[in-house]
Design a protein around this ligand. Structure first.
Ligand SMILES: C[S@@+](CC[C@H](N)C(=O)[O-])C[C@H]1O[C@@H](n2cnc3c(N)ncnc32)[C@H](O)[C@@H]1O
Length: 333
């Protein structure tokens, strides 16, 4: 139940009055209170750029990932208002929280999908501009073509020639079409869905001289793959934890000097959460000995409301896509 001190907490956060905030919190005010505008004290403090108040509220248990009615978190408000110090405090806190709890970490696409096994055993539907799963989630969409071309460019330029390339997740084959243009010596594609695999075979991918198709989940076939100059990872229905697991094998999958990239769709409907996940992945890859750079690509023009017709979950709503380019830290020095 709302207490009078809860509303006073918002007023103190708006004023950036830390002494008052601490007194109210000690007296039992609720740091996770939402006022009548759907704002928390932390959102008010962040929007006003009151860095000390942000710190004080986080220490008192204020939820960093609460969303306002317009889907903005405290971090989004600090970012929108260019309050660097408040933003940095929120970002560091969020990264630590996600490292421990992983509360917002889901996958890039298909947040509503019940289970990966279910996805793999259900039928998928192929359209002109999309592949849909049985639950009306988009498995892959044609608007991503320029992104896939950019990913192919990133992983196919690790040396003088394109060498051996691995793509995990065929989908519509957009990245693979782009990879083929670089004429790799060998191009291995791992795909786990029987319908997607059938379609690949029927469209002639099995007859390409430099292409090797491996049917199965990457988890089951990695041991037979060898090592590569370029790797792209883009699956569906999997969680951040799955990609993290894949990263553990990079040390033997990626040749020295090789480039790794992944579809960076994490938290694609909230700008701050997305930044948290860019930093989190970079941090965890850093611990494994890899450095990550993000190339910002504008995507606003690829997206219109129309393209999402019939799609349950709009998995991307941000104006900029951050394309990750990952290489061994000693290669990038
Ligand atoms: C988003 S699509 C890939 C799109 C692709 N990058 C393109 O350019 O069209 C994801 C693909 O990964 C496949 N997939 C999902 N889980 C997988 C797994 N564990 N191993 C291999 N493939 C998987 C899905 O069946 C789907 O075809």
């Amino acid at each position: 139940m709302e207490k009078p001190s809860d509303a006073l907490l918002c007023a103190a956060a708006i004023a950036g009055d830390c002494t008052r905030l601490r007194d109210l919190l000690l007296a039992g005010a609720d740091a996770s209170f939402f006022d009548s505008d759907g704002m928390t004290p932390l959102m008010h403090a962040a929007a006003g750029g009151h860095a000390d108040a942000v710190r004080c509220l986080l220490d008192a248990g204020a939820p960093w990932n609460a969303l306002s009615p317009s889907n903005l978190s405290a971090g989004d408000l600090a970012m929108e208002n260019a309050h660097q110090e408040a933003f940095d405090i929120l970002l560091n806190f969020a990264i630590q929280a996600e490292l421990v709890l992983g509360t917002i970490a889901r996958r890039g696409r298909g947040e509503g999908t019940a289970s990966h096994e279910e996805y793999l055993s259900d039928r998928v539907a192929f359209g002109e501009d999309r592949i849909m799963d049985a639950k009306s989630e988009a498995v892959m969409m044609a608007w991503e073509k320029p992104l896939m071309e950019a990913h192919a460019r990133a992983i196919c330029f690790s040396g003088d020639d394109c060498g051996r390339i691995l793509n995990v997740g065929f989908g519509m084959g957009l990245v693979d079409e782009a990879i083929q243009r670089y004429k790799p010596l060998e191009h291995t594609i791992v795909e786990a869905h029987p319908d997607v695999y059938d379609r690949m075979i029927r469209s002639g991918w099995g007859e390409k001289e430099n292409v090797k198709i491996v049917f199965g989940k990457w988890q089951d076939v990695l041991h037979q793959l060898g090592s590569f100059d370029g790797i792209f990872f883009d699956t569906f229905g999997e969680y951040y934890e799955d990609m993290r697991e894949f990263h553990k094998y990079l040390y033997r999958l990626l040749k020295p000097g090789g480039i790794y990239s992944y579809f960076n769709g994490f938290c694609g409907s909230n700008a701050f959460f997305h930044v948290v996940y860019c930093q989190l992945v970079a941090l965890e890859l850093g611990d494994l000995g890899y450095s990550t750079q993000f190339i910002p690509l504008p995507v606003k023009e690829c997206l219109s409301e129309d393209i999402w017709k019939g799609v349950k979950h709009k998995y991307w709503q941000l104006d900029t896509y951050n394309l990750p380019v990952v290489q061994a830290s000693h290669d990038s020095e």
